[in-house]
Design a protein around this ligand. Structure first.
Ligand code: GDP
Length: 334
């Protein structure tokens, strides 16, 4: 059977040229190719990524997380506008694992960042959908490369602070920003210690009105808490500040800290070391995904698995032996 190939696709060269020329419409269409699960699009996506690769990488990649309601989109709107006023081009991508499970996604349901989305130097792309977090993260990372090749020099990758997606975002960014609220315990905010540990900066948001004093107390508390963690390999000590995304205070400080971080890690070599590490990690993640796909996508394997499951339950074969047997069968299929 001939694979389905959509009619409205351009040549790979047209996507490549469009992206390199900073054409936002073509950029969006190229990202659609990246997000597509059609075999013909996957081939096209590989060609596009390979060609734009030399033009990618020239941005600071910032991961932003925090529980729903902490003010992520309001913060990004204020932060993005600040960056654009400074002459930057800002791309905003998101990873929303909830879009896999339910029809509605946590990040995507409301109209978000309305003002920012109208600015010429901002590019906002909602989360890709997909079956696995790995798959979604992979597509976001490739979209990030396209945005860089299109001239965006700041990439913000946003995620909801409730699960494993933070680790994925941390694994593809240079700087990790955690938004928090004053007065709500860590438990309440659903933030795990591991996520705190990844943060290069914690911003206590909504530090306005009656909340200013509480926010200052929270700032000191978190600053103390972060001191307990071992020094990160980057040589950077995480900072805690407060901000109001609605009143636009403390937003400039966030960018100043990002620049200080960038200067430090460029000078001490960690920036490049981390980027290189992330690229290798990305390859291994892809190998793992592809192997799983090949294995569990095979009808013979699935048939054999259902037999083995029965044999395990009736104690005919041990789980370890069963695993070994099916792997041998898989290897034999090449
Ligand atoms: P998200 O779910 O993390 O993206 O949060 P939103 O950006 O949608 O914000 C949730 C609510 O908090 C909205 O009603 C915002 O107007 C409000 N909000 C966000 N930032 C601030 C802030 O700095 N101060 C105050 N007072 N409210 C804020």
């Amino acid at each position: 059977m001939k694979a389905y190939k959509p009619k409205n696709r351009l040549s790979s060269q047209a996507y490549i040229n469009g992206v390199l020329n900073g054409d936002r419409v073509i950029l969006s269409r190229a990202i659609t190719i990246i997000e597509s699960n059609l075999e013909s699009d996957k081939l096209l996506a590989k060609d596009i990524i390979q060609a734009i690769l030399p033009a990618s990488g020239n941005s600071i990649r910032i991961g932003i997380t925090g529980v729903p309601g902490v003010g992520k989109s309001t913060f990004i709107e204020a932060f993005g506008k600040h960056l654009i006023n400074q002459g930057h081009k800002v791309a905003i991508l998101s990873i929303d694992p909830s879009s896999q499970r339910s029809k509605g996604s946590i990040l995507g349901d409301k109209t978000r960042m309305e003002e920012l989305s109208n600015l010429e130097n901002a590019y906002i792309r909602p989360s890709a959908s997909g079956e696995t977090l790995g798959g979604v993260a992979n597509k976001t990372a490739e979209s990030m490369l396209l945005c860089e090749a299109a001239g965006y020099d700041v990439v913000l990758i946003e995620t909801v602070g409730v699960g494993q997606s933070e680790t994925a975002v941390h694994g593809m960014t240079d700087f990790f920003l955690l938004l928090m609220l004053a007065g709500a315990g860590d438990e309440l905010q659903g933030i795990k210690k591991g996520i705190m540990e990844m943060a290069d900066m914690v911003v206590i948001n909504k530090a306005d009105g009656d909340n200013i004093r509480k926010s200052e107390m929270a700032r000191l508390q978190y600053q103390n808490a972060l001191h307990i963690f071992p020094q990160s390999e980057s040589g950077w000590s995480p900072v805690v500040t407060k901000a109001s995304s609605t009143k636009n205070t403390g937003i400039d400080t966030v960018w100043d800290e990002v620049l200080k971080y960038k200067a430090l890690v460029t000078q001490n070599g960690y920036f490049l070391k981390n980027r290189n590490y992330q690229k290798i990690r990305w390859m291994y993640d892809n190998i793992n995904e592809e192997l799983k796909h090949m294995f569990y996508g095979s009808k013979e394997i699935l048939d054999e698995l259902s037999i083995l499951k029965k044999d395990i339950i009736s104690s005919k074969i041990s789980p370890v032996k069963a695993a070994q047997k099916i792997i041998e069968q898989f290897k034999g299929s090449f």
